[in-house]
Design a protein around this ligand. Structure first.
Ligand SMILES: *[C@@H]1O[C@H](CO)[C@@H](O)[C@H](O)[C@H]1NC(C)=O
Ligand SMILES: *[C@@H]1O[C@H](CO)[C@@H](O)[C@H](O)[C@H]1NC(C)=O
Ligand SMILES: *[C@@H]1O[C@H](CO)[C@@H](O)[C@H](O)[C@H]1NC(C)=O
Ligand SMILES: *[C@@H]1O[C@H](CO)[C@@H](O)[C@H](O)[C@H]1NC(C)=O
Ligand SMILES: *[C@@H]1O[C@H](CO)[C@@H](O)[C@H](O)[C@H]1NC(C)=O
Ligand SMILES: *[C@@H]1O[C@H](CO)[C@@H](O)[C@H](O)[C@H]1NC(C)=O
Length: 805
């Protein structure tokens, strides 16, 4: 214990952490926290970096002036997009002033809040000297310096993430975060149960239930063994997860050594993520639940969960209930009005295909609806009942009645063969409620999944500057304290000024000033397109990128609404959607800035010899993928409503990108979605589905119809209204003409494909493939919207055609 008291352990001069742009020296400059020294929350450079530079440990901001001591992946380095893998004090964040992590001479590692209370400690003791080090595996280890005995390690106390080679054992468990942005302990747990089986458990404020492996299965049926009591589970670097209860899985990218993490996400799903390198984004390479609504309490009490493929879950309140906290679906919904529990007159509302799992007070076989109502009416605390067919293909297929005391684990799927009957007072305004009104909102946080990949921006540069700055002044300790503090004040003020755009900046999407765009377009001099919503000009941005800048006609809309919509549309990111780079909302001006497409619109290229059959098929497929993305993501309301060759742009490789999407919503916000006013600005004759004309409900199927017309136009080279087809005036539409040719074909000849294809495009086509494409297009232009496929189905059909020919 003769070690002299060392105040400054940070070799600030020789080892600037991560800030050093030439990172070749990373391998030498990892820092060890020695006995008697500490890391201060006020010093962004007070971090420990693993020798391989992959992991960093330090203070992580979890709220306004609230920090947790954490370990994260060094990249990406922006403060709000880090991937945190461990936290010491997730439930007791510390103050941003005067808090620190100290390694005492006794060998105890402590975290003190604002110079006073100890919020976390390793509770270790050592007579010999010790130090704290961050290993290459991401394990933070407190080790004695002489005989290298491990006193404490973060691998023994995981939060919500297991890293490769970090065992989960009888003493450890994973606890999910509260939400995507709130890192405090949530309600989901992964741990070995008393019977040695590894389980996922929902442990909520009122109830708890195990839901993985499926609760109705015996562990044996679920492939688990309860005989091995060693209780250990481990993920290796190649993606092999093995648990002593005989549960194993391999990641989808098994066999390659990648960066991986197994995280119990805030939504209760256990997911394995991997990425190729620090620049890559995390991809899910395994997850416990493909159908996230089966996760207990997915949406909290009194709500219904719906699964939307490619997005995930969506939650909605039961009729008569309202969301408790819009930022946190796990709290579910509460009654809109408190009704007296002895209300005499009640009725039942039918919620088709809705299941509420658990909390029954018995079950009743072969009960009719009336009999089940009787059961539920007899108890005042009965909240409703499920009437369902339990044995689906059984000869004794009789309905069972399950009356409920609590409305939990609600979900809906068309496959569920049963209905739920919700008990409501007769005076309830919901008695004429219909299932359609079960509007499914997106949990605000989940939309984060759609974010673009992180693009380095100015904000990041200033952070680097800050680190460099701190490094330089670190030499003069006291001065540094003052200067850093001053710098912080300065940078905070700077951020406040731009906070409105902060989110957008973080995603590489920015706001332009009107004068900037005026200059970029040389005072709107070069017009490159004109549409219902505005005129498009060519512009060259400051960074020399060529942009298409659209000036919207209707600028009457409020700024807040415009911004809200723009940020939503700006988050859409798909290779077949035109990318929005930013916008301008100065005073009355409303402009949108897009990437510019080299080859211009499909309309311009339709009769081009360049566009051979292969390219046409590619355009059909790409356009379908773009539309499928718009329709199927959470932003279901992003109907395009104006699919036509003018709005399909082609890049240098003839890869199509849809433009002008989302604007229907942008422009109709605040007005009701009245078809009359809507159709005035949306849709183009010839491409419009019959719903517009017959005033029927407008759904995503209007885009499917327009898409079908566009494909037929690409194949035949004829315009949809057939008015300009070389003199011969025909009084039918393109759709009618193609249908006629096809139906006439079987009788006369089988050459209908040859008859309708545009001879100008050449005869270099695969007939089967082309016939398949036309077949899909004809399905899309069915009169009845229900007969048309969804865009997702179109994509599947086209891929099928492509793969078989
Ligand atoms: C996180 O959630 C906990 C529990 O609901 C709450 O007490 C805390 O204030 C939240 N923290 C933040 C930063 O929102
Ligand atoms: C574990 O799984 C393997 C392969 O699925 C099976 O052959 C074996 O019998 C299982 N062991 C136990 C104890 O259930
Ligand atoms: C996966 O890991 C387990 C335990 O480490 C091991 O027994 C098993 O052989 C591994 N499987 C493969 C295919 O490597
Ligand atoms: C129990 O599981 C551990 C870890 O998977 C394994 O090494 C051990 O051989 C198993 N024991 C028995 C008796 O199967
Ligand atoms: C990550 O990106 C940077 C710059 O974009 C590049 O220099 C570096 O080589 C990349 N790293 C890897 C592992 O691909
Ligand atoms: C179900 O109940 C009805 C009368 O309520 C009876 O006629 C029928 O046989 C029962 N079915 C079965 C399978 O028990």
């Amino acid at each position: 214990m003769a070690t002299p008291f060392i105040l400054i352990v940070f070799c600030l001069i020789t080892s600037p952490p991560s800030a050093s742009s030439s990172s070749s020296t990373h391998h030498n400059d990892y820092i060890t926290l020695n006995e008697g020294s500490s890391l201060s929350v006020e010093r962004p450079d007070h971090v420990l970096i693993s020798p391989n530079a992959i992991f960093t440990a330090g203070f992580y901001p979890v709220g306004e002036n609230a920090y947790s001591f954490a370990i994260w992946f060094t990249e990406p380095s922006c403060s709000n997009c880090r991937t945190v893998v461990w936290m010491a004090n997730r439930d007791a964040p510390i103050n941003g002033r005067n808090s620190k992590l100290s390694l005492l001479k006794t060998g105890n590692l402590i975290l003190t809040d604002a110079g006073k209370s100890v919020v976390w400690a390793s509770n270790t003791f050592s007579l010999s000297s010790s130090s704290l080090q961050l290993y290459d595996t991401g394990n933070l280890v407190l080790i004695t310096t002489t005989n290298r005995v491990i006193l404490w390690q973060s691998f023994d106390a995981p939060t919500d993430t297991l890293l490769p080679l970090q065992p989960l054992n009888r003493d450890s468990l994973l606890v999910s975060s509260r939400s995507l942005t709130n890192f405090s302990s949530g309600f989901y747990k992964l741990a070995f149960d008393d019977d040695n089986v590894l389980r996922l458990v929902y442990d909520g404020p009122e109830v708890s239930s195990a839901f993985w492996p499926a609760h109705w299965l015996l562990s044996r049926e679920a492939g688990r063994s309860s005989y091995n009591s060693s209780r250990i589970a481990l993920l290796d670097a190649f993606g092999n997860f093995t648990s002593s209860d005989n549960f194993t899985f391999f990641s989808a990218d098994y066999g390659v050594q990648l960066q991986r993490r197994l995280t119990l996400d805030f939504d209760g799903n256990l997911r394995l993520y991997s990425r190729e390198n620090e620049n890559g984004s995390w991809v899910i390479s395994w997850q416990a639940f493909a159908q996230p609504c089966k996760i207990h309490a997915a949406c909290g009490p009194n709500s219904v969960c719906k699964y939307v493929p490619s997005f995930g879950r969506k939650c909605s309140c039961l009729p008569g209930y309202k969301i408790k906290n819009p930022a946190d679906w796990s709290l579910g919904c509460e009654p809109e009005i408190l009704v007296s529990s002895v209300e005499t007159e009640v009725i039942f509302i039918r919620l088709p295909h809705v299941e509420m799992y658990g909390y029954d007070f018995g079950y009743f076989e072969n009960y009719t609806l009336e009999m089940c109502k009787e059961v539920c009416l007899r108890r005042y605390d009965c909240k409703g009942f499920a009437l369902k067919y339990v044995f689906q293909n059984h000869p004794d297929n009789v309905p069972y009645c399950f009356p409920k005391l609590q409305l939990l684990n609600g979900y809906t799927t068309p496959n569920f063969r049963g209905d739920f009957y919700l008990k409501v007072p007769k005076t309830s305004p919901y008695k004429d409620w219909s299932a359609k009104e079960l509007t499914l909102d997106c949990p605000a946080e989940a939309t984060k999944q759609l974010e673009r990949r992180y693009v380095k921006t100015d904000g990041n540069r200033s952070e680097k500057f800050l680190l460099g700055f701190v490094t330089a002044v670190g030499i003069v300790e006291i001065l540094a304290m003052v200067l850093v503090w001053l710098y912080f004040i300065g940078s905070r003020q700077k951020r406040d000024a731009t906070s409105e755009d902060y989110f957008l900046v973080a995603t590489g999407f920015r706001r332009f000033t009107y004068s900037e765009l005026k200059a970029a377009t040389r005072n709107f001099s070069e017009e490159i397109g004109r549409g219902a919503t505005g005129i498009v000009y060519k512009g060259i941005l400051d960074d020399q990128r060529v942009a298409a800048i659209k000036r919207l006609h209707d600028a009457s809309e409020g700024k807040a609404e415009f911004l809200a919509e723009v940020s939503t549309v700006g988050k859409l990111n798909h290779m077949n959607l035109i990318e929005m780079w930013g916008y301008c909302a100065d005073e009355k001006h409303r402009l949108l800035v897009y990437e510019n497409m080299e080859k211009g619109s499909l309309a311009k290229n339709l009769s081009s010899m360049e566009l051979d059959w292969k390219k046409r098929f590619k355009i059909a497929l790409g356009t379908a993928k773009g539309l499928a993305y718009l329709h199927e993501e959470c932003l279901e309301w992003v109907l395009h409503c104006d699919v036509k060759p003018q709005n399909i742009l082609l890049d240098a490789n003839y890869e199509p990108k849809l433009s002008d999407f989302g604007l229907s919503r942008l422009l109709s916000r605040g007005h009701e979605l009245h078809k009359s006013s809507f159709s005035m600005i949306r849709g183009t004759r010839g491409y419009m589905a019959p719903e517009w004309i017959f005033n029927l409900p407008i759904t995503s199927k209007v885009d499917v119809y327009s898409y079908g017309v566009v494909v037929l136009e690409m194949v035949t080279g004829r315009s949809p209204s057939m008015a300009d087809n070389g003199g011969e005036v025909e009084h039918k539409t393109l759709v009618e003409w193609v249908k006629e040719k096809k139906h006439g074909a079987s009788a006369r000849s089988s050459y209908w494909v040859e008859e309708i294809t545009n001879p100008a495009t050449g005869t270099d086509y695969d007939r089967k493939k082309l016939e398949g494409l036309i077949g899909v297009a004809l399905k899309c232009v069915e009169e009845s919207k229900d007969a048309r496929p969804t865009m997702n189905q179109v994509v599947e059909m086209l891929l099928e055609i492509e793969n078989h020919h």
